[in-house]
Write a protein that binds this ligand. Structure first.
Ligand code: CUK
Ligand code: CUA
Length: 666
């Protein structure tokens, strides 16, 4: 690695010298000309108008064919409802994982099992075909990403999905039984005991009706602790519980780690309990929810909450155990810390001892000291109570520092060099600043000080750093997840892509360098996590022929070559079909109109990448059957006719012949 770096630096320096010598690097016109007639770097750079800095950036991100990225980024797909997998530093999109929205390429939402997973997230029978994904959370062991699972929330409908990274498929969607709205999810505890989902917009329990005049009494926030069973790869709703919270608008969450392990932190806004109604002469939300100078950071003792739940000190709401506000007060589970003005983002430092709160409407980040918070709670040193009886700690008793960073601070990440990085939405910059405490001493840095800023394009929301939420962050790369793109890309009409920008932050003594723009043409990504690629131990092909990804075990409907069959009983027709290059067996399937069709297909291939598709026109069926996989479709053959089915993956020279006829007799 060291050798590589040195060599790399030499090459970079060589490139720059070459260009300077050639009198090239005449600024970036935003347009590139021809490729250049020659094959040498100098003439290509000249023809394309590339500066020396461009060439260095290119050398840092270019991935030669067949080489792999060092990191994988799991990014939310925003209101596409999906999850994106992107290589870092090349910023190549590797996969769009179907989560809340049907995804035909993966057959997601077309097979019996995947339809079932999507339907798990349908509240009271209402079918949903999208989600608003915000915060992916990789599973953790000992406070570091372990590469086994990733979770992601749907803010619009308060749902949580579980994706197994053995095959990058969504395995489960749980619908929150208490709320329609979540934002404080997903975040995991340091060993993924719980997946945390906090609400956003307060509402009456479970979506019941209550007049908005009854806001204070009838509307509530919540945080749900979903118990995760790693062996089963599933959330266990029967071992999960929630806490009732006041009707403030809870925002982001983070789980404590190391010294703060066993605690959860949630920030909030609208502690004014503004209810909108600008049309009736009330202050609009954006003003009404910003009147007070302080909102409340929620500090939750998870160990105590868990004990209360296990002791049965809960109330069933919509069949789900909830620790009420009264119990919360009695059991001393929840405390508030005043936090400045409508904050956004609460981020726990890698050592677990500091909580960084961003101002949003305040140019500072506010840093609280967890040790001081714990002491104040133990000594019951309170500055007051809120309307619901929750004790409020004294701001100055728990404050460590406030650092002025710039306009619109939102989210913070950390590197191994003692730096924190905070996005500045209004300034369109990312600030690098130093942490204090033992960390600063170790890194010999002036504590709590702004060091540097890098411009991004434009209006950054979250930032993601390599292994950035871990107790041992990697740093090196930072990805800025920008909300606006404006002039960064070719005109593709009034709906513009969002822009991910890759920033090199590897040099603790040098400037941060913007390397690359990646347009995101699918939903608005909010958050992402970046994991070392070698931590992911995904399968090349399914472990056995006849694998059922829904159970991650062999399917009872798996068949071997030669055992294909069609069974009829009354109005039911069941088919066991095999797929292999380049045919389906059987190739003809005949049923009568009105028959119930249950169709199992096993891809009996063992070769990597030998995926077959399967589609039937009119019946809205499109599957992707990966090597070794068995899938089932079920439908009623309501329409008579002849329906040619075929393979939708170009799998061999005779792929076009991989087809057959589905005949429905009138
Ligand atoms: S949020 Cu979108 S920029 Cu949902 Cu985490 Cu802050
Ligand atoms: Cu199988 Cu194309």
């Amino acid at each position: 690695m060291f050798l590589f770096t040195v060599r790399f630096k030499l090459i970079a320096v060589g490139v720059i010298l070459l260009l300077l010598f050639a009198g090239c690097g005449n600024g970036n016109s935003g347009q590139s000309g021809s490729l250049g007639s020659g094959q040498d770097l100098e003439s290509v750079a000249k023809a394309r108008g590339l500066t020396p800095a461009d060439l260095v950036a290119a050398a840092k991100t270019y991935m030669p064919t067949g080489k792999y990225d060092e990191y994988l980024m799991f990014a939310s797909g925003g209101h596409s409802g999906q999850l994106l997998v992107i290589g870092v530093p090349s910023m190549r999109l590797l996969k769009v994982v179907g989560v809340y929205t049907p995804e035909p390429w993966q057959g997601w939402g077309f097979s019996k099992d995947t339809k079932k997973v999507l339907a798990e997230g349908n509240p009271r029978g209402q079918e949903l075909s999208w989600g608003d994904t915000h915060h992916p959370a990789l599973s953790e062991t000992g406070g570091n990403y372990d590469g086994e699972f990733v979770f992601i929330n749907d803010k619009a409908n308060a749902r949580v999905a579980v994706i197994d990274l053995k095959d990058f498929e969504t395995k489960q969607i749980v619908k929150n039984p208490l709320s329609y709205s979540d934002h404080g999810g997903t975040f995991v505890t340091p060993n993924t005991e719980y997946v945390i989902e906090g609400s956003q917009y307060a509402m009456p329990w479970s979506g019941q009706y209550a007049s908005i005049e009854k806001y204070k009494e009838k509307y509530r926030g919540m945080v749900t602790l979903w118990k995760f069973d790693r062996k089963k790869g599933r959330i266990i709703p029967e071992q999960s519980f929630a806490m009732e919270l006041p009707p403030y608008w809870q925002d982001l969450t983070d789980a404590g780690k190391l010294v703060s392990e066993g605690w959860i932190f949630i920030n909030s806004f609208n502690t004014e309990m503004s209810t909108g109604g600008v049309e009736d002469g009330n202050p609009p939300f954006e003003a009404g929810a910003s009147q007070r100078d302080m909102d409340y950071l929620h500090v939750i003792n998870l160990k105590k909450a868990e004990a209360a739940y296990k002791a049965g000190k809960t109330k069933k709401i919509n069949g789900f155990p909830v620790i009420t506000l009264a119990t919360t007060v009695k059991e001393k589970i929840l405390h508030f810390v005043p936090e400045p003005k409508s904050p956004h983002g609460v981020d726990v430092t890698p050592d677990g001892n500091f909580l960084v709160i961003s101002g949003k409407l305040d140019p500072h980040v506010t840093i609280f000291n967890f040790t001081k918070i714990k002491q104040a709670i133990e000594n019951e040193k309170f500055a007051g109570k809120d309307d619901y009886g929750i004790p409020i700690l004294g701001f100055d008793d728990v404050l460590e520092k406030q650092v002025e960073l710039g306009l619109g601070p939102l989210h913070t990440q950390f590197d191994p060099n003692g730096f924190a990085y905070t996005s500045l939405f209004l300034e369109s910059k990312v600030a690098r600043w130093t942490l204090g405490g033992p960390w600063a001493e170790k890194h010999k840095k002036q504590p709590w000080a702004l060091v540097d800023k890098v411009s991004i394009h434009y209006n950054v929301g979250h930032i993601a750093m390599a292994e950035g939420d871990n107790v041992e962050p990697d740093g090196k790369y930072l990805v800025s997840l920008n909300k606006w793109a404006i002039d960064r890309f070719s005109n593709v009409g009034p709906l513009l892509p969002q822009n991910f920008q890759l920033v090199d932050v590897s040099d603790p003594d040098g400037p941060m360098q913007l390397l690359y723009d990646m347009p995101i043409g699918i939903g608005e990504p909010h958050y992402a996590q970046i994991i070392k690629a070698d931590k992911i131990k995904a399968w090349d092909v399914y472990p056995e022929v006849g694998w059922d990804p829904a159970t991650q075990s062999k399917s009872k409907n798996a068949i071997q070559a030669g055992k294909e069959k069609i069974k009829r009983s009354g109005k039911k027709v069941e088919i066991w079909m095999s797929a292999v290059r380049s045919h389906y067996t059987p190739e003809r399937v005949q049923v009568k109109r009105g028959d119930k069709v249950i169709w199992h297909i096993t891809n009996i291939e063992r070769a990597k990448d030998a995926t077959h598709g399967f589609c039937i026109p009119h019946y809205n069926i499109n599957l992707s059957i990966e090597p070794g996989e068995t899938q089932t479709i079920e439908f009623v053959a309501k329409k008579a006719g002849v329906f040619p089915f075929y393979c939708t993956e170009f799998c061999s020279a005779l792929h076009l012949e991989m087809a057959g006829y589905f005949l429905v007799k009138p």
